[in-house]
Design a protein. Structure first.
Length: 176
């Protein structure tokens, strides 16, 4: 495993730095620097993102169910599917936010919305490296190291998935 670690640890660390920085840059782009997607209608993407987040959360719960029943094959399938949906979400999220104007929350529930949003954003940053290390340790059959990472990765990932849905529910009336 040490030889694989020399390859995969730097890859995971690099992605864990590059992806959040790229997303942060997207939010700082002036409107005139956003991508022109032509006549593409991206208005349904926030709902799609919520569906991906909700589906990811369900797959995470299924993964927990399967591993408690010692059904490793199904656990692995659930977790890989959750990671796949999270990856699709990330790509779609980048496309959406690099090409559409920023929406702002204007509702009266800011005292609830903003703590959810801030915690969602803050916790979404460690999810990527934690999930990738958990998957890597699981795929390499390093069960004890996998469990150590999952202890942190799982609850954070689950929280981020479901708060992503909540953020959409709060923001849905304000999307262009």
């Amino acid at each position: 495993m040490k030889g694989q670690d020399q390859i995969w640890k730097p890859v995971i660390i690099a992605l864990s730095v590059i992806v959040p920085l790229a997303v942060a840059v997207l939010f700082m782009l002036p409107e005139d620097m956003k991508l022109n997607m032509g006549s593409a209608d991206l208005r349904s993407l926030p709902f799609f993102h919520a569906a991906l987040n909700g589906s990811t959360g369900i797959l995470l719960l299924l993964g927990l169910f399967f591993i408690t029943k010692k059904q490793v094959k199904w656990h692995r399938l659930s977790m890989m599917a959750a990671f796949g949906l999270s990856s699709v979400f990330l790509i779609s999220y980048v496309i959406y936010h690099s090409s559409t104007p920023q929406s702002t929350y204007e509702g009266e529930w800011g005292i609830i919305y903003y703590p959810i949003l801030i915690s969602h954003i803050v916790l979404s940053i460690p999810v990527l490296p934690l999930a990738m290390f958990a998957i890597y340790r699981g795929l390499t059959n390093e069960v004890m190291r996998h469990k150590k990472v999952v202890r942190w990765a799982y609850p954070i990932w689950l929280y981020v998935a479901f708060t992503g849905v909540l953020v959409y529910v709060f923001m849905a009336p304000y999307y262009a």
